[in-house]
Design a protein around this ligand. Structure first.
Ligand code: PAF
Length: 282
């Protein structure tokens, strides 16, 4: 499997394999690969001539240094998973210096307010970091199609907005959430949970499906109150936020409009590990 640690050699290689009508599919990741990542890659492999995967734990999108330090880094196992999936995958695993060239700072973005909701409220600067790295990776990889999971639905909407506003010419493909056997959304952070916490975290999806049931009958405020008490019955769990929001603007739903699409978004802290999930409501 071709592996590149520097952008110059990756760009030379991509140039050498490019033909007039070939396409590049791109799956950006921070590693600790799970079935959710592999599903994005399978889709990219089906839909493109070449697939590039990046593994890079991007420091500028972490507002919490402990979270950055504890983020799982499993490059050797990740390489094996990629090679088993398809040895034609092209891996880019850069160093911080290869990406930031000594200037580890985010660009500031205006995502038309999408960045101020939910994750943006609780992780200041997070989406500037995401915008910075995704844009830089797009410049290096020059993908035709780029694949993102719907678990990070706000990120997906923000990347789409950035591509539109900055005319980046990449097609953004959103892909469904992959779940563990107990329906916990797959995430690299799940590796940090104890076995008991991982089992108990099944409550997050249970809460979302119950909220979906309540959606037609109860107000958002009432559902939100119920979610908080339901989640926090377990003293190890703290609800960071639960929001019912318009899928396009990500603004909280105060009054339901039958012409709009709504989603519930949740972030829960389990022993200081942040887990997020989302569900479409109508
Ligand atoms: O979703 C992620 O893993 C990251 O936010 C991304 C898109 C790879 C950027 O670092």
């Amino acid at each position: 499997m071709p592996i590149f640690y520097g952008k110059a050699s990756l760009m030379d290689y991509l140039k050498s394999i490019k033909t007039a009508d070939s396409t590049i599919g791109f799956v950006p990741t921070m590693g600790a690969l799970h079935q959710g990542h592999l599903a994005l890659m399978k889709k990219s492999l089906l839909e493109n001539n070449n697939t590039v995967v990046s593994i890079f734990v991007n420091p500028t999108q972490f507002n919490n240094l402990e979270d950055l330090a504890k983020y799982p880094r499993t490059l050797e196992e990740d390489v094996k998973k990629l090679d088993d999936l398809d040895p034609k995958i092209i891996l880019y695993a850069p160093s911080v210096d290869d990406i930031y060239e000594g200037n580890v700072l985010s660009q500031h973005f205006d995502f038309d307010g999408l960045e101020n909701q939910m994750e943006g409220k609780f992780r200041p600067g997070h989406f500037d970091g995401v915008g910075t790295i995704v844009k830089r990776l797009f410049e290096i990889v020059t993908p035709t199609n780029a694949y993102f999971g719907e678990k990070d639905f706000q990120q997906l909407q923000i990347v789409k907005r950035m591509v539109f506003k900055d005319k980046l010419g990449v097609i953004i493909v959103g892909c469904p959430i992959h779940r563990e056997q107990n329906n916990l959304a797959m995430s690299s952070r799940n590796e940090r949970l104890s076995e008991q916490e991982r089992e108990e975290a099944a409550i997050i999806y249970k809460t979302l499906t119950a909220a979906k049931e309540k959606f037609t009958k109860q107000s958002s405020r009432k559902i939100t109150e119920w979610v908080k008490s339901f989640i926090e019955r377990n003293p190890r769990f703290t609800l960071e936020y639960f929001t019912i929001a318009d899928e396009t603007t990500l603004l909280s739903c105060t009054k339901k409009d039958k012409n709009k699409k709504y989603r519930a978004f949740i972030a829960v802290l389990v022993n200081n590990i942040r887990l997020i999930d989302t569900i479409s409501l109508n």
